[in-house]
Structures are given as structure tokens and as C-alpha cells.
Design a protein around this ligand. Sequence first.
Ligand SMILES: N[C@@H](CCC(=O)N[C@@H](CS)C(=O)NCC(=O)O)C(=O)O
Length: 204
Amino acid sequence: MIRVHSTKASVNGYKVRMLLSMLKLPYELVELDMYAMEHKKEPFLSLNAFGQMPALTDGAYTIADSHACLVYVARKYDASGRWLPADAEGEAKVAEWLSKSANEVHQGPWMKRAKIRRPDAIKLPDEEIDARCDHILRIMDAHLAKRDWLALDRATIADVSCFGPISILKICGYDTDKWPHVTRWLNRVRALPGAHDLDGNPFA
Ligand SMILES: N[C@@H](CCC(=O)N[C@@H](CS)C(=O)NCC(=O)O)C(=O)O
């Protein structure tokens, strides 16, 4: 049985849950209480010594970090290679956007939401976070003006990853509508079979 160890509200955990749903893979969410700091204590620290969610277990196998989890699930359970191609050119394009997701998207869109949930921990001014969101979304908007998906001519784990934090920006007070190509891409991801919101509900 695949288990995702995370608080349900974790956007990084959300990425992994959404790919599992898209692949119709049964899994159990082992919920952690972030405010009780369960991710900084055992038994979670044995799964991820960094104390960050999510981690995934699949039988005796353990992997931590949302992007490593996405790579594992796609490579292990999607024999078609649709979500993570095996050819050097395709895989590198996906890795390029996973890297942007772990850096620019994390430092801007993810941070916007994190500050709402953990104002004690995120001290950056709102203006700085909004400027970081503008920076990555301006580049993504220009990129998506010429293509439907971030890495390849189809949805991949790069789209699943970047979608998580960007899709909830609007309810965090950042208006993504000002980026029309990003907005259309968000709707394309929402329309994919198995896509669901942070709470696990299918999009209307
Ligand atoms: N690079 C990591 C980042 C994970 C991360 O920041 N997770 C958040 C929840 S969305 C967390 O556990 N934050 C608590 C902390 O860092 O103390 C990943 O992609 O999984």
C-alpha cells in the first residue's frame, strides 16, 4: 500500500496526492498535525530527516520530497512514460520545470500561502513575495503563450508540481487572472482526469 505522510493542507503533499489520483492508484494519507509539529518528531523524522512534508512509503521503500515522490510514482507506476518520459531530451525538460517548481515557484507562490498559514515562520514582506510571484508567473505566461503544457506537448509531472502552489494563489490574495496563459493552463490541468482540489474534491 502506498502511503503519503503529510498534513492534508500541505501543497507539496497535494502534488503527490493528485498524481496518485490521476494514475488511479489507491493510497492512504497518513495525516500529520503541522501545528503540533508532528513533522519535526519521530516517527516522521525517520522518513525525512529534513522534517518537511511529504514523504511517501510503498511497502518497505521510503522516499521524501514532493519531486522525488512524483518521479518515483511516475517511473514505477506509469509504464507508458506519459508523465515522465525515459528519453534524455524529454526527461531533462521535465526536470527543468521540477527545478523551477522547487525554487522559483516555491519561493514565490508557495511562500504566499505559507505566510498565511505560518505568519510566525515567514517574515518576508508581502510586497517581496508578490514580486517573486510576478517574476515566475511573467516567465511562465510567456512560455505558455506558445504551448499548452510546461515541459512537453502533454501534461507531465512538471505541470502537476507547478500547478499545486499556483492553483491556490487566488484564494491567497494574489490575482492570477492577470496572467491569461497561466490561467488557461491552470484550467487545462483542472480538466485532466483525476485532478482534484486540495481537499480531494474534483473540480466543478
Ligand atoms: N522541497 C520540499 C519542500 C517541502 C516543504 O517545504 N514542505 C512543507 C509543507 S508544504 C513543510 O513541511 N514545511 C514545514 C517546515 O519546513 O518546517 C518538497 O518539495 O517536498
